[in-house]
Design a protein around this ligand. Structure first.
Ligand code: CA
Length: 221
């Protein structure tokens, strides 16, 4: 899962980045409104954390431009405490949730998890498909309710496929959402991770559609 953090205060943005990385998310940072707008318009993110008071272009204008251009990713806005007109305006402009500063980082992470789940159509923190399930609160993978030990990268791969279950996910999309910008990104590395996971989860849980991508489905075909 890739998250865009838009925040011009270094102390706040580094706190958010660190906590999100520890929770298994890839992050990108934009420190002004123009860069934020550009990244959100040209790259694919699973969620955006958007501060409203920003240099160059304010957060509300950025959000309105994304929504006008048809960008649908969930957006959580960070507002000043007590500034209720700002929150109303933000939600009217297309924000999905808000958090008032100062906030507890645990609350931000919980809201982000819930927003990502809901945007993928899942109401519960546990997502299942056939024998496999994940608990997004604890970053756990289970087969027939028994825990399976996985690496953070393996968890991210399984979690992405389960959030998008019953849909064939192209390798390029998976690579984009699994790896940070500095990590090596290639289809062979991805195939190696899938091979390792098949040994841990069973051969059929992650299916390959040759030439199209990978699939985790409710029913095995
Ligand atoms: Ca700010």
């Amino acid at each position: 899962m890739r998250i865009l953090i838009v925040e011009d205060e270094p102390v706040i943005s580094s706190g958010i980045s660190t906590a999100l990385a520890a929770s298994g998310y890839q992050t990108r940072l934009a420190t002004d409104g123009e860069k934020a707008w550009f990244l959100g318009d040209t790259e694919d993110f699973d969620l955006v954390v958007l501060d409203l008071g920003l240099p160059k272009m304010d957060g509300l204008s950025v959000l309105k431009r994304w929504r006008t251009a048809g960008r649908q990713m969930p957006v959580l806005i960070l507002t000043a405490r007590g500034a209720w007109p700002e929150r109303v305006e933000g939600i009217d402009a297309g924000a999905d949730d808000y958090l008032a500063k100062p906030f507890q980082i645990e609350e931000l992470i919980a809201r982000i998890r819930a927003l990502i789940r809901r945007s993928a159509g899942h109401g519960s923190p546990v997502i299942e498909a056939g024998p496999i399930s994940i608990d997004t609160r604890q970053m756990r993978v289970m087969i027939d309710k028994a825990n399976v030990a996985v690496s953070p990268l393996e968890y991210r791969l399984v979690a992405y496929l389960l959030h998008h279950k019953n849909r064939v996910v192209p390798p390029g999309e998976l690579i984009e959402h699994l790896y940070g910008d500095d990590d090596a990104r290639d289809a062979n590395a991805l195939e190696a991770v899938v091979t390792r996971l098949r040994k841990k989860l069973g051969a059929d849980v992650i299916q390959t559609r040759r030439g199209f991508g990978y699939l985790v489905a409710d029913k095995l075909e």
